[in-house]
Design a protein around this ligand. Sequence first.
Ligand code: 13P
Length: 235
Amino acid sequence: MIVAANLKTNLTRKQTNIYIKELEKFLSSENITQDIFVFPATSSLDTFDTQTIVGAQNAYPVQNGAFTGEIGLDHLDEFGIKTILIGHSERRHILGESQEAIAEKFNYFKELGFTIVYCVGEPLEKREAGSNVMMEYINAQYEGIDTKYEKLIIAYEPVWAIGTGLTPTNEDILAIHRELKKKSQAPLLYGGSVKVNNAKEIMALQNVDGVLVGSAALNVEDFCQMAVFAEDLEK
Ligand code: 13P
């Protein structure tokens, strides 16, 4: 199982260091053997010699250069970071990243052998328009993406469930994960309002290989508890 924390624009470098220390202490004391990922804010990246895999929330597909406000490969290499989140809905919808730009980024980091957590998911109006429209929308998010890449992890995150406290029903998650598994055999995470009180039942669903957690992961105890659920489910 994979349990991943997307810390978004939260936790300073100092706070992130404390967070990761607490998490590490817990993982080793509880003998957690699952894959635990944390994606800190860019300025909180650091060299972490940890069981937890620390990844970047974003980077520009370039080694370095004139791309104001962005970081490149040099900045990830400095901290030995080999994992990146690509295609998150906040980057698609708030920062306006196109599928073309996302695919370019994907291919750049794929060539470098990065582990890529690639996010897909539909806004509410696409879901409400019925399954054909919804699947057409999600299918377009696979354009230019190598679904057979061996270091690919996919995260299905319905946009309307992110940060809203709303989640699809278990039946809906089962149905969409079944469809998405046909498109790629890569591990498939669910994300969108995962909390301590629903994480275990979501992770127990067929074709759910883990969770990508936003706000609830900001509480390290809650995130640790989700790691325990994942461990329990693998036993
Ligand atoms: P929330 O868990 O806050 O809904 O965010 C999910 C998410 O966007 C993870 O990438």
